[in-house]
Design a protein around this ligand. Structure first.
Ligand SMILES: Cc1cc2nc3c(=O)[nH]c(=O)nc-3n(C[C@H](O)[C@H](O)[C@H](O)COP(=O)(O)OP(=O)(O)OC[C@H]3O[C@@H](n4cnc5c(N)ncnc54)[C@H](O)[C@@H]3O)c2cc1C
Length: 454
């Protein structure tokens, strides 16, 4: 058993863990990072990166078809798309991440980390003691709902669906949230017959109604069967046989694979939280400094604290926590459900802040202004004639934008200006002076403000 001391010990080398380790090491702290699987975490190998590698070719093909003068094949080459996905995930090998850790002087400890009392982390036979802080950055895994037969049919989660080696013939997707719709889009474009089963009355429930409708329509045009208001009651088959699902009210579906995409659970079990007096029951509760329950030495960042299950927000929390551990003062105040978010379907949905409904629920006096995302000169070159709506949600009392949603091809490019407007609460009269360049799609801001009456 080796007993070693560091200033800080980070458990989990996903994006949140890596960023905090880097920040602390740049601040001259002696840092160890513990990883039980791949350095880079879920995001690099089984989530953000492979899913976007699978989605990009079909989005690009759709865009190319919108531009007159180009002749391209109608078909995607699935084998090449999968090979490119493998390249993006470095064939599930994390060695490309290691030189950076070494250059930063961060000690990588391979294995499963577990808290063992105050400031102590055990990894196999190693005991790592932290002089200043232990940071939990263990992330999340797919949730499994308690539905009859589900545990026995051999389901896919985000891991299997992003790493599949060949195109499945058919797939049922349980859950019409972000992971469900992205994977439905990616694999149907590659040739899979996909059915989505969503219990709520629409896909992408947290987003604007028009975003749900436009994505649903596009998925249906791509041949995806979308069942909303459909409750899965019983599963059977699987394990080499087709998986069957019976829906409440009598419908039945059958497919080669079943993807379960109904949400995430924080990885808090088996990591020794009890030894620090914490009984894990859901996400680790943190304050705005990212300290766990007022602790002076224990922090939790990324998916495990449940505040915003997004890579960029976990990295923001990492910067906040690092500042505090290094003796500065920082508070995360913008990492809740209104964080900037992008759903990489075709059309994309890019949103930040409130939807009209969530602003009204929060008691604000708001007005929504809507225009067509394709309604600018720039959009005659990018996303030409494509469907999609853009909306600003404006707080009438304060004269600021509190929410924005853009639906359309590559809508993500329009998002950061909205994030700045929402976070900085820029008064509308100043947005009037922020002139977007012609002919870019950013003129959507001009259209939206004109629609508002400015
Ligand atoms: C299919 C899919 C697509 C997504 N796409 C996007 C996207 O496009 N953009 C976006 O912002 N977000 C996306 N997300 C969400 C994003 O993946 C997560 O928010 C992000 O990975 C969280 O980062 P993290 O560092 O908290 O945890 P993770 O990335 O989950 O990393 C945690 C790490 O901790 C390790 N670990 C866990 N327990 C232990 C232990 N006891 N000891 C040692 N190591 C341990 C794990 O092995 C893992 O490497 C997507 C998610 C999914 C499922």
């Amino acid at each position: 058993m080796a007993d070693r001391e560091f200033d800080a010990v980070v458990i989990g080398a996903g994006p949140a863990g890596e960023v905090i380790a880097g920040r602390l090491a740049s601040g001259e702290l002696d840092v160890a990072i513990v990883e039980q699987h791949l350095v880079g975490g879920e995001c690099s190998f089984y989530a953000c990166m492979p899913s976007k590698a699978l989605l990009r070719p079909s989005a690009l093909l759709a865009e190319v078809k919108r531009v007159p003068g180009l002749s391209v094949s109608d078909e995607l080459d699935a084998a090449k798309v999968i090979a490119r996905r493998d390249e993006v995930v470095h064939d599930y090998d994390d060695s490309a991440q290691l030189p950076w850790l070494e250059d930063m002087g961060i000690e990588l400890v391979r294995g499963e980390g577990r808290l063992d009392g105050e400031r102590r982390v055990v990894v196999g036979d190693d005991v790592l003691t932290a002089r200043k802080a232990v940071v939990i950055a263990t992330g999340s895994a797919a949730s499994m709902p308690p539905i009859d037969g589900l545990a026995d049919v051999g389901t896919w989660t985000s891991r299997e669906v992003t790493s599949a080696r060949s195109v499945p013939a058919s797939m049922i997707v349980l859950g019409g949230g972000v992971v469900g719709v992205e994977m439905a889009q990616a694999w149907s474009a590659l040739g899979t017959t996909v059915s989505i089963v969503e219990a709520a009355d629409r896909l992408l429930l947290r987003e604007e109604q028009f975003a749900s409708e436009q994505v649903t329509e596009a998925l249906r045009e791509h041949g995806v069967e979308v069942h909303v208001g459909a409750k899965a009651e019983r599963f059977s088959g699987g394990n080499g046989e087709p998986v069957r699902v019976e829906l409440e009210g009598g419908g039945k579906l059958e497919a080669e694979h079943l993807l379960v995409a109904v949400g995430r659970r924080p990885l808090v079990d088996g990591i020794g939280l009890e030894s620090a007096g914490i009984e894990p029951d859901g996400p680790l509760q943190v304050d705005d400094t990212m300290a766990v329950q007022g602790s002076e030495w224990l922090y939790a960042i990324g998916d495990v604290n449940g505040r915003a299950l997004l890579t960029h927000m976990g990295k923001y929390q990492a910067r906040v926590a690092a500042t505090n551990i290094l003796g500065g003062e920082a508070r995360a105040t913008r990492d809740g459900p209104n964080s900037p978010r992008v759903i990489f379907t075709d059309p994309e949905v890019a949103a930040v802040g409130h939807t009209l409904a969530s602003a009204e629920e929060a008691g604000m006096d708001v007005r929504a202004v809507d225009v067509s995302t394709a309604g600018t000169a720039g959009a005659s070159f990018h996303g030409r004639n494509a469907a999609g709506t853009s909306r600003l949600v404006i707080d009438e009392d304060r004269g600021v934008v509190v929410g924005a949603t853009f639906v359309g091809p590559d809508a993500n490019e329009l998002l950061h200006a909205a994030t700045i407007a929402v976070v900085a609460e820029i008064p509308l009269h100043l947005l009037f002076d922020a002139v977007p360049a012609f002919p870019t799609r950013n003129e959507i801001w001009l259209k939206l403000l004109e629609e508002y009456g400015l």
